[in-house]
Design a protein around this ligand. Sequence first.
Ligand code: C5J
Length: 223
Amino acid sequence: ELAIPTIDAEPGPFPFTPSTCALLVIDMQRDFVEPGGFGESLGNDVSQLRRAIAPNRRLLAAWRSHGLLVVHTREGHRPDLSDLPPAKRTRGNPALAIGDQGPMGRILVRGEPGHDIITELTPLPGEPIIDKPGKGAFYATTLQTVLQARGITQLIVTGVTTEVCVHTTVREANDRGYDCLVPADATASYFPEFHAAGLAMIKAQGGIFGWVSDTDRVLAALA
Ligand code: C5J
């Protein structure tokens, strides 16, 4: 009898089917993660996010070496800002708003240097990159089509930030029937208390949104 491979996780073992499980790396963009970017200009401590880089490198290497699907996302807008709700641009009355000239080009505008994925995690040719105008990776994108075309039913969701774009994406994916696992060390927040709360919420109530594990345990299941 074949044992079903599992990833050790909370609230219980994750039934892992690698060929139908994509690695979904959320918004590891220069403007969020690098010193001198938009995130730091808002007063955030980017070192909180940079801790997720090395775990994501390990996960990417493993997914690529096994020939499994990797999907990357970027949060951003068209240069004419026609996909930017005015409420998103003006809320909080920021000194630097989306579309303004920032330290790495126009803030969260597609094609600008700050919108790029950090060089440590550069997508390989052939890996889908989903450009998204919202926090969730399914809203107003082709992500579900891309996943369905590859027969994907499970997602390992990593990237930034835990309680914003990772959480919104996990909620969207869960409602669409995907099993989601979040490796805690491969996601991060500017706010450690929100990181902890976000992960606790995913695995609560028997895994109401999904599973939480860590990079070591995911890689152990793939070895
Ligand atoms: C992401 C944000 N990617 N925090 N964006 O989480 O605004």
